[in-house]
Ligand binder design. Structure first.
Ligand code: HEM
Length: 164
């Protein structure tokens, strides 16, 4: 098989409708436990969309206007839902041994998603500008220092200006 045929075959499998919206599921994949991944993904979509709208309008908007404040609430609760479902999903995958049988890379990709999500959520908390932010910044500063990341000081919101 020449390489263009190979690429085309792979692409057809990767981008087919049946890959992304399968009409048949494995027999074991029924029941609530198998909806946890999709619930994680759904909360993630709401999280990203509300985040983009908030970032586009700025902190004045999301703290003062009623629509902005409502969207801030949606963003906050979608983060809670995202982590809640992700951890339940992780536990389901772990305790049903679903990381076996060629799904090791899926597990590793999930781990990566979790380890990217945690610091990202942390930056969101730092941006709140209230006592939660201050508490998190003070506590995490010591933790980051202990880990050798003293160059990142969460108490100094203007530190990037210092680097220039
Ligand atoms: C951004 C977060 C994540 C999303 C959106 C997500 C989404 C999904 C979805 C939709 C499925 C298929 C349906 C299901 O089993 O629920 C799935 C399966 C799977 N996920 Fe996740 N996941 C995430 C995080 C994780 C994490 C943290 C792990 C583990 C470290 C993980 C490991 C797996 C594995 C091994 C499977 C295959 C399970 C099987 O074949 O039964 N995922 N994921």
């Amino acid at each position: 098989m020449n390489w263009t045929v190979y690429v085309r075959t792979q692409m057809r499998a990767l981008f087919s409708l049946d890959t992304w919206l399968p009409t048949e599921l494995p027999e074991y994949a029924v029941g609530l436990m198998y909806t946890l991944g999709s619930l994680t993904a759904s909360s993630f979509v709401i999280l990203v969309l509300s985040g983009i709208i908030m970032a586009a309008n700025g902190p004045q908007w999301w703290t003062i206007s009623s629509v902005g404040f409502y969207l801030r609430g949606i963003h906050f609760w979608s983060v809670q839902a995202f982590f809640f479902f992700m951890i339940l999903h992780l536990l389901r995958v772990f305790f049903s041994g679903a990381w076996r049988g060629g799904r090791e890379r899926t597990w590793l990709l999930g781990t990566l998603a979790l380890f990217v999500a945690i610091p990202t959520a942390f930056t969101g908390y730092l941006m709140r500008g209230d006592f939660y932010s201050q508490w998190n910044a003070v506590q995490s500063k010591d933790g980051l220092n202990a880990l050798g990341f003293a160059w990142f000081n969460p108490l100094n919101a203007g530190q990037c200006m210092d680097c220039m």
